[in-house]
Design a protein around this ligand. Structure first.
Ligand SMILES: [Zn+2]
Length: 274
Protein backbone atom coordinates (compact mmCIF):
# COMPACT_ATOMS: atom_id res chain seq x y z
CA UNK A 1 0.00 0.00 0.00
CA UNK A 2 -0.53 2.39 -1.59
CA UNK A 3 -1.29 0.53 -4.78
CA UNK A 4 -3.31 1.77 -7.75
CA UNK A 5 -6.65 2.34 -5.93
CA UNK A 6 -5.05 4.28 -3.08
CA UNK A 7 -3.09 6.58 -5.40
CA UNK A 8 -6.19 7.02 -7.60
CA UNK A 9 -8.15 8.02 -4.48
CA UNK A 10 -5.46 10.55 -3.51
CA UNK A 11 -5.37 12.06 -7.00
CA UNK A 12 -9.16 12.36 -7.28
CA UNK A 13 -9.31 14.21 -3.97
CA UNK A 14 -6.39 16.47 -4.88
CA UNK A 15 -7.71 17.50 -8.27
CA UNK A 16 -10.34 20.07 -7.21
CA UNK A 17 -7.96 21.53 -4.61
CA UNK A 18 -4.98 22.09 -6.90
CA UNK A 19 -6.18 22.46 -10.51
CA UNK A 20 -5.33 25.88 -11.92
CA UNK A 21 -3.41 26.83 -8.77
CA UNK A 22 0.00 28.45 -8.86
CA UNK A 23 2.73 27.02 -6.66
CA UNK A 24 3.90 30.14 -4.89
CA UNK A 25 6.42 28.76 -2.43
CA UNK A 26 7.83 25.29 -1.81
CA UNK A 27 9.48 23.92 1.30
CA UNK A 28 11.38 20.67 0.99
CA UNK A 29 11.93 19.35 4.52
CA UNK A 30 13.62 16.07 3.57
CA UNK A 31 15.56 15.78 0.35
CA UNK A 32 16.39 12.06 0.56
CA UNK A 33 13.14 11.34 -1.33
CA UNK A 34 14.17 13.61 -4.21
CA UNK A 35 15.52 11.32 -6.94
CA UNK A 36 16.60 13.20 -10.04
CA UNK A 37 17.24 16.85 -9.22
CA UNK A 38 19.29 18.75 -6.68
CA UNK A 39 17.39 20.56 -3.99
CA UNK A 40 18.02 23.97 -5.56
CA UNK A 41 17.09 22.86 -9.09
CA UNK A 42 13.91 21.30 -7.70
CA UNK A 43 12.83 24.41 -5.80
CA UNK A 44 13.78 26.71 -8.68
CA UNK A 45 11.89 24.52 -11.16
CA UNK A 46 8.63 24.58 -9.17
CA UNK A 47 8.61 28.31 -8.52
CA UNK A 48 5.56 30.08 -9.96
CA UNK A 49 4.41 27.08 -11.95
CA UNK A 50 0.72 26.35 -12.37
CA UNK A 51 -0.91 22.96 -11.85
CA UNK A 52 -2.53 22.26 -15.22
CA UNK A 53 -3.63 18.75 -14.29
CA UNK A 54 -2.99 15.91 -11.87
CA UNK A 55 -3.31 12.30 -12.97
CA UNK A 56 -2.36 8.87 -11.74
CA UNK A 57 0.01 6.65 -13.70
CA UNK A 58 0.69 3.24 -12.08
CA UNK A 59 1.40 4.08 -8.42
CA UNK A 60 2.51 7.65 -9.17
CA UNK A 61 0.68 10.95 -8.74
CA UNK A 62 1.71 13.07 -11.73
CA UNK A 63 1.29 16.84 -11.55
CA UNK A 64 1.31 18.45 -14.99
CA UNK A 65 2.96 21.85 -14.56
CA UNK A 66 3.08 22.72 -18.25
CA UNK A 67 6.81 22.47 -19.03
CA UNK A 68 7.48 20.14 -16.08
CA UNK A 69 5.98 17.10 -14.38
CA UNK A 70 6.14 16.70 -10.61
CA UNK A 71 5.96 12.95 -10.02
CA UNK A 72 5.31 11.58 -6.54
CA UNK A 73 5.37 7.87 -5.80
CA UNK A 74 4.04 7.63 -2.24
CA UNK A 75 5.91 4.41 -1.38
CA UNK A 76 4.58 2.59 1.68
CA UNK A 77 3.52 5.49 3.87
CA UNK A 78 3.23 8.65 1.76
CA UNK A 79 0.05 10.74 1.68
CA UNK A 80 -1.20 14.18 0.68
CA UNK A 81 -3.25 16.68 2.63
CA UNK A 82 -4.41 20.15 1.82
CA UNK A 83 -4.46 22.60 4.69
CA UNK A 84 -6.87 25.51 4.67
CA UNK A 85 -5.94 29.17 4.40
CA UNK A 86 -4.17 30.51 7.47
CA UNK A 87 -3.22 27.13 8.89
CA UNK A 88 0.57 26.96 8.93
CA UNK A 89 2.17 23.92 7.39
CA UNK A 90 3.21 21.82 10.38
CA UNK A 91 6.83 20.83 10.90
CA UNK A 92 7.99 17.63 12.56
CA UNK A 93 4.98 15.53 11.66
CA UNK A 94 6.62 13.65 8.81
CA UNK A 95 6.10 16.50 6.36
CA UNK A 96 8.42 16.03 3.41
CA UNK A 97 7.17 18.70 1.04
CA UNK A 98 4.89 21.66 1.57
CA UNK A 99 3.70 23.92 -1.22
CA UNK A 100 1.89 27.20 -0.70
CA UNK A 101 -0.68 27.63 -3.47
CA UNK A 102 -2.11 30.80 -4.98
CA UNK A 103 -5.43 30.20 -3.20
CA UNK A 104 -3.60 30.39 0.15
CA UNK A 105 -4.00 26.67 0.72
CA UNK A 106 -1.03 24.46 1.43
CA UNK A 107 -0.51 21.19 -0.35
CA UNK A 108 1.43 18.97 2.04
CA UNK A 109 3.06 15.64 1.27
CA UNK A 110 3.92 13.51 4.31
CA UNK A 111 5.83 10.26 4.43
CA UNK A 112 6.48 8.47 7.74
CA UNK A 113 9.08 5.98 6.50
CA UNK A 114 10.20 8.03 3.49
CA UNK A 115 10.27 5.07 1.13
CA UNK A 116 8.46 7.22 -1.42
CA UNK A 117 10.12 9.02 -4.32
CA UNK A 118 9.78 12.47 -5.81
CA UNK A 119 10.93 13.43 -9.29
CA UNK A 120 10.81 16.62 -11.30
CA UNK A 121 10.87 15.82 -15.01
CA UNK A 122 10.70 17.52 -18.37
CA UNK A 123 7.91 16.15 -20.57
CA UNK A 124 10.34 13.98 -22.56
CA UNK A 125 11.89 12.57 -19.36
CA UNK A 126 8.40 11.74 -18.15
CA UNK A 127 7.52 10.11 -21.48
CA UNK A 128 10.58 7.84 -21.19
CA UNK A 129 9.82 7.03 -17.53
CA UNK A 130 6.18 6.23 -18.35
CA UNK A 131 7.10 4.12 -21.39
CA UNK A 132 8.99 1.72 -19.09
CA UNK A 133 5.81 1.03 -17.10
CA UNK A 134 3.33 -1.56 -18.38
CA UNK A 135 -0.24 -0.82 -19.50
CA UNK A 136 -2.90 0.45 -17.11
CA UNK A 137 -5.21 -2.43 -16.14
CA UNK A 138 -8.26 -0.13 -16.16
CA UNK A 139 -7.48 1.20 -19.65
CA UNK A 140 -10.33 -0.21 -21.77
CA UNK A 141 -8.02 -0.48 -24.79
CA UNK A 142 -5.97 -3.15 -22.98
CA UNK A 143 -7.35 -6.44 -24.30
CA UNK A 144 -7.01 -9.97 -22.95
CA UNK A 145 -4.86 -10.73 -26.02
CA UNK A 146 -2.19 -8.16 -25.19
CA UNK A 147 -2.37 -9.00 -21.46
CA UNK A 148 -2.04 -12.71 -22.25
CA UNK A 149 0.88 -12.16 -24.63
CA UNK A 150 2.76 -10.46 -21.80
CA UNK A 151 2.02 -13.35 -19.41
CA UNK A 152 3.13 -15.93 -21.98
CA UNK A 153 6.60 -14.39 -22.09
CA UNK A 154 7.36 -15.41 -18.48
CA UNK A 155 7.81 -18.69 -16.67
CA UNK A 156 7.65 -16.96 -13.29
CA UNK A 157 4.70 -17.37 -10.93
CA UNK A 158 1.68 -15.52 -12.28
CA UNK A 159 1.40 -13.53 -9.04
CA UNK A 160 4.91 -12.16 -9.53
CA UNK A 161 4.23 -11.31 -13.14
CA UNK A 162 1.04 -9.31 -12.55
CA UNK A 163 2.90 -7.36 -9.83
CA UNK A 164 5.81 -6.59 -12.19
CA UNK A 165 5.34 -2.90 -13.01
CA UNK A 166 6.99 -3.34 -16.41
CA UNK A 167 4.22 -5.77 -17.41
CA UNK A 168 1.19 -4.27 -15.68
CA UNK A 169 0.85 -0.94 -13.86
CA UNK A 170 -0.25 -0.41 -10.29
CA UNK A 171 -0.99 -3.91 -8.96
CA UNK A 172 0.78 -4.78 -5.70
CA UNK A 173 0.53 -7.57 -3.16
CA UNK A 174 -2.97 -6.95 -1.81
CA UNK A 175 -4.77 -6.71 -5.14
CA UNK A 176 -2.74 -9.50 -6.75
CA UNK A 177 -3.86 -11.86 -3.97
CA UNK A 178 -7.48 -10.76 -4.32
CA UNK A 179 -7.63 -10.90 -8.12
CA UNK A 180 -6.09 -14.38 -8.28
CA UNK A 181 -8.70 -15.64 -5.81
CA UNK A 182 -11.56 -14.07 -7.78
CA UNK A 183 -10.17 -15.59 -11.00
CA UNK A 184 -9.70 -19.00 -9.32
CA UNK A 185 -6.03 -19.20 -10.34
CA UNK A 186 -3.20 -20.69 -8.24
CA UNK A 187 -0.81 -17.76 -7.55
CA UNK A 188 2.26 -20.01 -8.01
CA UNK A 189 1.22 -21.22 -11.47
CA UNK A 190 3.82 -20.31 -14.13
CA UNK A 191 2.48 -17.34 -16.10
CA UNK A 192 3.14 -19.07 -19.43
CA UNK A 193 0.93 -22.02 -18.41
CA UNK A 194 -2.22 -19.90 -18.31
CA UNK A 195 -4.83 -20.44 -21.01
CA UNK A 196 -6.65 -17.83 -23.09
CA UNK A 197 -9.64 -18.32 -20.83
CA UNK A 198 -7.43 -17.70 -17.77
CA UNK A 199 -6.15 -14.44 -19.30
CA UNK A 200 -9.66 -13.17 -19.79
CA UNK A 201 -10.81 -14.21 -16.31
CA UNK A 202 -7.73 -12.78 -14.63
CA UNK A 203 -7.87 -9.42 -16.41
CA UNK A 204 -11.59 -9.21 -15.62
CA UNK A 205 -10.91 -10.06 -11.95
CA UNK A 206 -8.12 -7.46 -11.69
CA UNK A 207 -10.47 -4.83 -13.11
CA UNK A 208 -13.37 -5.74 -10.82
CA UNK A 209 -11.16 -5.75 -7.71
CA UNK A 210 -9.43 -2.46 -8.56
CA UNK A 211 -12.75 -0.83 -9.44
CA UNK A 212 -14.35 -1.95 -6.17
CA UNK A 213 -11.28 -0.81 -4.20
CA UNK A 214 -11.41 2.66 -5.83
CA UNK A 215 -15.11 2.92 -4.94
CA UNK A 216 -14.20 2.02 -1.32
CA UNK A 217 -11.38 4.64 -1.42
CA UNK A 218 -8.67 2.03 -0.99
CA UNK A 219 -7.53 -0.43 1.65
CA UNK A 220 -6.17 0.65 5.02
CA UNK A 221 -4.00 -1.98 6.65
CA UNK A 222 -1.79 0.32 8.75
CA UNK A 223 -0.91 3.81 7.59
CA UNK A 224 -2.83 4.67 4.46
CA UNK A 225 -5.23 7.59 4.77
CA UNK A 226 -7.22 9.35 2.06
CA UNK A 227 -6.46 13.01 1.35
CA UNK A 228 -9.23 14.00 3.78
CA UNK A 229 -7.56 11.91 6.52
CA UNK A 230 -10.04 9.02 6.48
CA UNK A 231 -9.01 5.38 6.25
CA UNK A 232 -10.06 3.48 3.12
CA UNK A 233 -12.81 0.87 3.40
CA UNK A 234 -11.80 -1.95 1.10
CA UNK A 235 -10.25 -4.00 3.96
CA UNK A 236 -13.87 -4.92 4.82
CA UNK A 237 -14.22 -6.59 1.42
CA UNK A 238 -10.98 -8.58 1.23
CA UNK A 239 -11.44 -12.23 0.24
CA UNK A 240 -7.99 -13.62 1.08
CA UNK A 241 -5.39 -10.97 1.92
CA UNK A 242 -4.67 -11.07 5.69
CA UNK A 243 -7.13 -13.96 6.19
CA UNK A 244 -4.76 -16.95 6.39
CA UNK A 245 -6.24 -19.79 8.46
CA UNK A 246 -9.75 -18.35 8.12
CA UNK A 247 -12.35 -20.18 6.03
CA UNK A 248 -12.52 -19.56 2.28
CA UNK A 249 -15.63 -17.47 1.59
CA UNK A 250 -16.55 -19.84 -1.27
CA UNK A 251 -15.80 -23.36 0.01
CA UNK A 252 -14.91 -22.88 3.71
CA UNK A 253 -11.56 -24.69 3.46
CA UNK A 254 -8.95 -22.87 5.58
CA UNK A 255 -7.00 -20.33 3.53
CA UNK A 256 -3.30 -21.08 3.17
CA UNK A 257 -0.43 -18.56 3.39
CA UNK A 258 2.95 -18.97 1.71
CA UNK A 259 6.01 -16.76 1.39
CA UNK A 260 7.77 -18.89 -1.20
CA UNK A 261 6.52 -17.06 -4.32
CA UNK A 262 7.99 -13.60 -3.77
CA UNK A 263 8.93 -13.42 -0.05
CA UNK A 264 5.66 -11.59 0.56
CA UNK A 265 2.52 -13.06 2.02
CA UNK A 266 0.46 -14.92 -0.56
CA UNK A 267 -2.87 -16.17 0.74
CA UNK A 268 -5.02 -18.50 -1.32
CA UNK A 269 -7.56 -21.32 -1.26
CA UNK A 270 -5.96 -24.61 -2.32
CA UNK A 271 -9.39 -25.90 -3.37
CA UNK A 272 -10.75 -22.96 -5.35
CA UNK A 273 -7.49 -21.78 -6.96
CA UNK A 274 -6.10 -24.45 -9.25
ZN1 LIG B 1 -12.21 -22.11 -1.48
Amino acid sequence: VPELPEVETMVRALRPAVLGQTIVRTRLVHEDVLKNRTRSAFLRGLRQTTVVDVQRRAKNAVFDLGQLRLVVQPGMTGSFTTLPRGEAAPIGDYTVLSMALGNDKHLVYRDVRRLGRIYLMKPDEWATFSSRIGPEPLDPTLGAEEFGASLRRSRQAVKKVIMDQRRLAGVGNIYANEALFVAGIDPSKPANALTRDDHERLLGAIRRILGAAIRAEGTTIRDYRTTSGQPGNFQMQLFVYGREGEPCLDCEAPLVATHTIDARSTVFCFRCQT
